[in-house]
Design a protein around this ligand. Structure first.
Ligand code: FAD
Length: 318
């Protein structure tokens, strides 16, 4: 079932959903089940599975020289999606990125998803690889998520890359995209970011999932701005609790967001690790309750492997 159909069926009720990461290469699918088993009591109608492009690492050779080697540390997105559908009967939303794919490989990946009965994709550009100064698409790959939305939409209309194919069966993917309440870090200003967000919607994207934020005002302002710009699709807030002191620096660095002064102060002043975790839980519960009261379509939690914390939060909100 499409994510947007879940929103419609919920009839104004706020749903709960989760995002998980594939385990590091060599890890077991049981790791995923250990995260999700305890969360299934909250009836998530869909679960997102992230996609991770290859990274370059430098390996020292016997000669003393370093060799640049490409490794994929977290493969398995599509296999995990199939396993989730099989085990839990939920909808799985694989993330599909531009980075690392030619347009032909993207088409083949979409065909795999279609054959597996996957109805949804979250379409993203992907970030620059570690050690690359900026995002570099494949030689015959997409440079922006907009181009990937166009390809998925094309397939939904029965248009495949090989124009000699006749009577091709169209796909029917529901297309999610990313939105940034605090602006995408490469965008020169929020107006420019909004302009390209609108283009993705006009190209056929069905809903937006936001980057995490810690101040609900940022989300509400973003939704207002989207509506003023004619973006009328559901906008799902992405939430993550801060639970550790180092995250005061790592989250802003990695996700280009602001942490409210009160939250940062409370984390700094907490007496030990457990007290810090409790501060993060309390903050995320308060955020969740306010968003739910405002009637958001879904609360989407970035689990990042911390099932204990996410469960404690959702128990207080559900
Ligand atoms: P785009 O929409 O392509 O935008 C990128 C930048 O280019 C923006 O600044 C935008 O304003 C600008 N822009 C857009 N279109 C154009 C254009 N035509 N011309 C000029 N400028 C343009 N990354 C992963 O690798 N794997 C994941 O699984 C993953 N999951 C994510 C889930 C969510 C909910 C979010 C919010 C992010 C996720 N990311 C993931 C990170 C994401 O890939 C990065 O934030 C990336 O830098 C931008 O992706 P995008 O889809 O927003 O890109």
């Amino acid at each position: 079932m499409k994510v947007t159909d879940h929103f419609k069926a919920a009839n104004g009720e706020t749903l709960i959903s989760f995002e998980i990461l594939p385990p590091l290469k060599g890890g077991s699918i049981q790791k995923i089940f250990d995260i999700l088993d305890p969360l299934m009591e909250f009836n998530p109608p869909f679960i997102d599975v992230t996609y991770h492009r290859e990274e370059f690492i430098y390996k020292k050779r016997d000669s003393g020289y370093f060799e640049k080697v490409a490794v994929r540390k977290r493969p398995g997105t599509v296999g995990i999606c199939a396993a989730l559908i099989n085990r839990y009967g939920v909808d799985a939303v694989p993330h599909l990125i531009c980075g690392g794919f030619t347009i032909e490989e993207t088409e083949d990946a979409l065909i795999d998803l279609k054959f597996l009965g996957i109805d949804n994709v979250l379409v993203l550009r992907g970030d620059a690889r570690k050690f690359d100064a900026k995002f570099e698409p494949e030689r015959n790959g997409h440079a922006y998520a907009l181009d990937l939305v166009n390809q998925v939409k094309g397939m939904n209309d029965g248009v495949y890359l090989d124009s000699t194919i006749i009577n091709a069966e169209p796909s029917n993917f529901c297309i999610g995209i990313a939105g940034y309440p605090e602006k995408h870090f490469e965008a020169p200003n929020i107006g420019s970011d909004m302009h390209f967000l609108k283009k993705k919607i006009d190209a056929g994207a069905d809903y937006i999932v936001t980057q995490m934020f810690f101040d609900n005002k940022k989300y509400f302002d973003f939704v207002d701005l989207c509506r003023k710009n004619g973006i009328n699709v559901p906008i799902v807030p992405g939430l993550k609790p801060i639970t550790k002191k180092y995250q005061l620096n790592s989250l802003p660095r990695m996700f280009h967001l602001d942490l409210p002064a009160d939250l940062a102060k409370a984390i700094l002043e907490a007496k030990d690790a457990e007290a810090r975790r409790q501060v993060g839980i309390e903050w995320c519960v308060a955020q969740s309750k306010e968003l739910k009261a405002a009637g958001v379509p879904c609360l989407h939690y970035y689990t990042m492997g911390d099932v204990k914390t996410i469960k404690e939060i959702v128990q207080q909100v559900y």
